[in-house]
Design a protein around this ligand. Sequence first.
Ligand code: F0G
Length: 350
Amino acid sequence: GTGWPGVVLAYRDRVAVPGDVVVTLHEGNTPLVPARHLSDLTGCQVYLKVEGANPTGSFKDRGMTAAITAAVAEGSRAVICASTGNTSASAAAYAARAGLTSAVLVPRGKIALGKLAQAVAHGARILQVDGNFDDCLELARKTAAEHPVTLVNSVNPVRIEGQKTAAFEICDVLGRAPDVHCLPVGNAGNITAYWRGYREYAADGVVDGAPRMFGFQAEGAAPLVHGQPVADPETIATAIRIGSPASWAGAVTARDESDGLFHAVSDEDILAAYRLLAGREGVFVEPASAASVAGLLATAADGRLPAGSLVVCTVTGHGLKDPDTALLGMPEVEPLPVDPGAVAGALELV
Ligand code: F0G
């Protein structure tokens, strides 16, 4: 064989996807990395599920292999999605691989540069909408309802089937379920998918129990925390700049059935966690991903995260997605002459 076959084939008996020919980029099997510094800070055993290691750099590939496989099986020729950037990058890549046309609706000026570059590279029809993600999703749903194009947002149930495999992988590697699972939450498909995966493994006796699900949102885009939609969501973490999550009910079920919680983190705390992950753990993620770690630190500090817990934080997307945030505040510097003395001087070695 050719090694890891991708999530649909790796979990063939557990993932319900129509179609015999699986469209895959061999996504999944991502690293579960022990986080020593975060473990020291929290008194817990913390692991990072590094989803930026997927083929297009985010967890969306797990759901997109399933969604595009199903679209091909149904005879679809075109797919459409609304996106804050990662879904569109993934849809564009898998559609290109399958020979389908893709159209992506993105909020104008509010998607990170790398994600836009991916959609361009894979040949998507890119429609920048003068509105936010919630507006884009409504447009995508209406278009798919009235025209022969398949909607591949996570409101398409087959996406959730693919994404739940991350929970399987974590249990397979740890040999048990974690005590707590931390996730950034935007449209809430992913927390819905993880909870389905954990529950299925527990129900089938593969592992003993399921983790408490901790969902974190950005303060300016925290509808689940406040219990009502947010009309004008705002956050530096553009991936989760969402005011009206489509999988609201799934997220609430995950929280309630798991004895979990929702909590809002500030942009400042998101950026601090973002820098800590890159600077101390060596894991470069995009800002939205750092919301899970900002939330980990907040709940450790306020006593809601029990010391000694086995915790997994999903870091959902790669840092290269958003170079602008990485370069925020970088000073302009004069280039050096080709001179060893200048290098030693600049590095304060002399
Ligand atoms: N982290 C990243 C990097 C994301 O791109 C998203 C969602 C989330 C977290 C939240 O996941 O929506 O399942 O709760 N991105 C979507 C997109 C909305 O269009 O790429 P969720």
